[in-house]
Ligand binder design. Structure first.
Ligand code: SF4
Ligand code: SF4
Length: 177
């Protein structure tokens, strides 16, 4: 089949049309309000982190600091890559009944995919994700956290659990402390 060839001026015309289409998209994006975070300059001022952002796993504790984990291992089984390791022991309670007791709850942040299958599997509401994303360390072994041994009260960022500063679309969040 014979190819239909455009004339010289026809080709110039279609090239200009393509250029105009590209420029239209560029100009539209140029005037669209921006919401860029100037991190880390704004980490103590205008930084916004969505409350639902999955930064790291924590234990949910009551006012007295008690956790709800029963060492049932459902989260460990649900985790697809062995991020969670639970050590437990059997103890006899005051009523003389045998009960599982948590000895160590290991969570390797370096392996976590933040899929949240563990929190969905937990039938006791014992674990949740917090939006604390500043977890970089030089030594990988420091990413292995023992959730039962820590009382998480928030990261190094102000009001991070509430989402930090208000989200302002159309501004560059650049204010420095
Ligand atoms: S979020 Fe996913 S990968 Fe991370 S500990 Fe939970 S189940 Fe495992
Ligand atoms: S965090 Fe929840 S699912 Fe995991 S062992 Fe504790 S109670 Fe069971």
């Amino acid at each position: 089949m014979e190819e239909k060839k455009e004339s010289y001026f026809g080709e110039v015309g279609s090239a200009l049309k393509t250029l105009a289409t590209g420029l239209k998209v560029t100009m539209k994006e140029y005037f669209t309000p921006k919401s860029t975070e100037q991190y880390p300059e704004n980490r103590k001022t205008t930084l916004h982190v969505a409350a639902r952002h999955r930064g790291r796993l924590t234990f949910i504790r009551d006012e007295e600091g008690n956790y709800k984990c029963t060492a049932c291992t459902m989260c460990e089984k649900a985790c697809p890559n062995g991020t969670i390791r639970i050590l437990s022991q059997m103890v006899t309670n005051e009523e003389g009944r045998k009960k599982k007791q948590l000895v160590d709850y290991q969570y390797d942040l370096g392996d976590c995919m933040f899929c949240e299958l563990c929190t969905n599997a937990c039938g006791f509401g014992a674990i949740e994700f917090t939006n604390d994303f500043e977890n970089a360390v030089f030594d990988r072994s420091k990413l292995v956290l023992h959730l039962d041994k820590e009382v998480y009260t928030g990261g190094s960022l102000p009001n991070i659990i509430d989402g930090g500063a208000d989200w302002e679309v159309g501004t560059f969040n650049t204010k420095k402390k």
